[in-house]
Design a protein around this ligand. Structure first.
Ligand SMILES: Cc1cc2nc3c(=O)[nH]c(=O)nc-3n(C[C@H](O)[C@H](O)[C@H](O)COP(=O)(O)OP(=O)(O)OC[C@H]3O[C@@H](n4cnc5c(N)ncnc54)[C@H](O)[C@@H]3O)c2cc1C
Length: 427
């Protein structure tokens, strides 16, 4: 590969903080709030102009696995507080008491408020592009923005980029997994009752039409609730592409369903997928408008502004959560939370603190989609409520590490658990 040498240069230090959270998605906005609520000077850096990550910019609006199979809520604390607050603003659609769909725009506003009230600082439109590491200790990150290249120094950094960018830049070990990359959308003018009646009354024809749209290179479309579904507005979850030219299989167990080969951390793959998905979504909407009852008047309202990455880096932690751990109902002495799982009879599983603590690198915690799991477990751990739950633990632990002057690896786990439980977390 052709390379060039980038000359060394001095960078201005934009901020020096106690806790830096990189990435303002479900894991990141919760982590920043949790750290700031401990009275710790905290800054949240986000590459786009809003918080929420895939739950806002990605139009991924269903809060999956907030409950176990019996519909007992297993996620509390800050994530639940945000849901209640959003509900009071009219920003939740409920298919059942714990089947929640968020409004992508109101969530942005609620989360701005929650973060700012906690005292966390926000820096938007800033892309973390490098790590500052001294003897295996992360001391800060390099950001790129319209203001140029700058450094932010931090005593503890929480990597909430979803892709584990900061951990990878720091030299922490990781695996890379692949799943279909999607692009969600919002539509108007849909008649969901008519569509559901068609699916119920003529399942063979409904299946044949799904096969037909796949054969054309498009995607089967479903209609997810919004708080204003009574006006015909729904969100659509797109499975997406599994490889350069092929839609995902969308069949078999949950792992074959989402299986893919494209890399969500390869800029050329991302560019190709972005263009192809837009083209194929329009093709799918045209097909549905013409052929599928309930879609006759459907209109595209918006593509998600953020591409739909399901899996990329899984950082190797002090503890990796495996399929065996989950299926056997293993409990952990260092548990920091619990989450639901739909594809294992166990119904819910514990997440250990060790899965947030990267091997080798100090001064760093990970949260959200990139925590340490095997590929099987990732399918559940990547969901939005579990990502938020790990964010609360990472932010709280980061603040405690700063307060005690220790590295996150040395945090007193019993004290962390006590704090989390006092803050509403369900272990
Ligand atoms: C198509 C699709 C459908 C899905 N369906 C569901 C569903 O129905 N229910 C469910 O619960 N989950 C679903 N998921 C999974 C879920 O949306 C994500 O796994 C979850 O949002 C992960 O949260 P996160 O905070 O780890 O990452 P993200 O939501 O990806 O947030 C990461 C944030 O970090 C920012 N960032 C990234 N890199 C940098 C950087 N270098 N510098 C600065 N900022 C950066 C991003 O802009 C983003 O705001 C779906 C995912 C996809 C792709």
């Amino acid at each position: 590969m052709l390379t060039v040498v980038e000359p060394a240069r001095e960078l201005p230090v934009l901020r020096q903080v106690d806790v830096l959270v990189v990435g303002g998605g479900p894991a990141g906005f919760i982590a920043a709030t949790a750290a700031a609520r401990q009275g710790t000077q905290t800054l949240l850096v986000e590459r786009y102009g809003c918080l929420g990550g895939l739950a806002t910019g990605g139009l991924v609006l269903y809060m999956d696995c907030i409950a176990d199979k019996e519909q007992h809520r297993v996620i509390g604390g800050l994530p639940w507080e945000v849901m209640e607050r959003l509900d009071r603003r009219g920003g939740l659609a409920k298919d059942a008491p714990l089947r929640l769909h968020v409004d992508s725009e109101l969530l942005q506003v609620v989360v701005d408020e929650v973060c700012l009230e906690s005292g966390a600082g926000l820096l938007f439109h800033a892309w973390a592009a490098g790590a500052l590491v001294e003897e295996d200790r992360l001391t800060g990150v390099i950001i790129e923005s319209k203001s140029g290249r700058q450094a932010i120094l931090a005593r503890v950094t929480v990597d909430a980029t979803g892709d584990g960018d900061i951990a990878a830049f720091s030299g922490a070990p990781y695996d890379v997994g692949h799943q279909c990359i999607g692009l969600n959308l919002k539509v108007g003018g849909a008649d969901r009752e008519r569509y559901q009646a068609f699916q119920r009354d003529d399942p063979d024809r409904a299946r044949a039409l799904r096969d037909e749209v796949r054969a054309l290179g498009g995607f089967p479309l479903g209609l997810g609730s919004t708080p204003y579904s009574n006006t015909g507005v729904y969100w659509v979850n797109i499975l997406g592409l599994s490889n350069w030219g092929q839609p995902g299989r969308g069949e078999g167990d949950v792992h074959s369903y989402f299986a893919g080969e494209l890399s969500a951390i390869d800029v050329e793959h991302l560019t190709h997928v972005q263009i192809e998905l837009r083209r194929r979504i329009l093709l799918s909407l045209d097909f549905y408008r013409e052929r599928v009852p309930g879609f006759e008047q459907v209109q595209l309202l918006a593509f998600a502004s953020q591409i739909g990455t399901r899996e990329s880096r899984r950082i190797a932690g002090e503890q990796t959560i495996t399929q065996d751990d989950v299926s056997s109902g293993r409990t952990f002495d260092d548990a920091i939370g619990r989450a639901g799982i739909s594809y294992d009879p166990i119904g819910s599983y514990q997440v250990p603190y060790g899965s947030l603590v990267p091997q080798r690198i100090d001064g760093l915690l990970v949260s959200g989609r990139c925590i340490s799991t095997d590929h099987w477990t990732m399918q559940a751990a990547r969901l939005i409520p579990p990502a938020m739950m790990t964010g609360q633990a990472a932010g709280t632990a980061a603040a405690m590490a700063v307060a005690k002057g220790v590295s996150p690896r040395q945090v007193d786990v019993a004290a962390l658990q006590q704090r989390l439980v006092a803050d509403g977390v369900i272990l």
